[in-house]
Ligand binder design. Structure first.
Ligand code: NDP
Length: 246
């Protein structure tokens, strides 16, 4: 059970991160929510505090290592520890590689990969010191399969899956740190808004019309993993909408 545990969620200003922060708080965790849009974090804070939950919010850009360190430091200063880290912040500016959207590749690598590494690096010394903790990384179906216009995004999500398995092998037995990699299919969030490649307009519209997963579905799967008994490490959860083929 996670009542009283300290949970950090990155990218908590919308979508899966927002829903996860709500779900963790409802289950009794103290939730530290980070993202760049502080107005959205303030709404989350009101919602959680308004229903009696414990929350702190922090302006966070996961591409900046000092930001990640400062966030975790602030959490430890306030609540003394970190029990759960949900590395959720991410973006998906899909594009055909030939269109050479180099800035978007850089952004995806910085947020989807380096952000996960920086936040994990900030949190694990605290987990190792007390020989307990749980890291939840949000990869994707794109961390399992590859599709056109997704070469770089899929590469970042494959990296998250590989990193999750690597740190699980390093830290689970030695330091009693559990690691879970969540791999959602299409979820109805703001993620599609990060696509600027006009040739993907049809794909974007089709995705918006799908009977997608909801952020709460993913939040519930995260809750399942973190609420599992201590001897049980849910390594991976792959979830697609019923009508998603690949
Ligand atoms: P949203 O766009 O709704 O949420 C993305 C979150 O990431 C926002 O809170 C955003 O906050 C945050 N973020 C982006 N850049 C940064 C940054 N530099 N520093 C800190 N936070 C940042 O999309 P989702 O909820 O869908 O995405 C959450 C995760 O789920 C991502 O990793 C995504 O790849 C993954 N995923 C999503 C799927 C989907 O279909 N929606 C499917 C599979 C995986 P802010 O802009 O305020 O900083």
């Amino acid at each position: 059970m996670i009542s009283g545990k300290v949970a950090i969620v990155t990218g908590a200003s919308s979508g899966i991160g927002y829903a996860t922060a709500l779900a963790l708080a409802k289950a009794g965790a103290k939730v530290a929510a980070g993202a760049r849009r502080t107005d959205k974090l303030e709404s989350l804070e009101k919602q959680i505090a308004g229903s009696g939950g414990e929350i702190m919010i922090h302006k966070l850009d996961v591409t900046k290592k000092p930001d990640c360190d400062a966030f975790v430091d602030a959490v430890v200063k306030k609540w003394g520890t970190v029990d759960i880290l949900v590395n959720n912040a991410g973006l998906m500016p899909l594009s055909f590689f030939k269109n050479l959207k180099v800035d978007e590749w850089d952004q995806m690598i910085d947020v989807n990969i380096k952000g996960v590494l920086y936040c994990t690096a900030a949190a694990i010394p605290h987990m190792i010191a007390k020989k307990s903790g749980h890291i939840v990384n949000i990869s994707s179906v794109a961390g399992r399969v590859v599709f056109p216009a997704g070469s770089v995004y899929c590469a970042t999500k494959h990296a998250v899956a590989a990193f999750s398995e690597g740190i699980r092998q390093e830290l689970s037995q030695r330091a009693n740190i559990r690691v879970t990699c969540i791999e959602p299919g299409v979820v109805a969030t703001e993620l599609l808004n990060t696509i600027t490649d006009k040739s993907l307009e049809k794909f974007v519209q089709a995705s918006k019309q799908m009977d997608s997963l909801q952020s709460e579905d993913i939040a519930n799967s995260i809750l399942f993993a973190v609420e599992s008994p201590a001897h049980m490490n849910v390594n991976e959860i792959l979830i697609r909408p019923t009508n998603q083929e690949r």
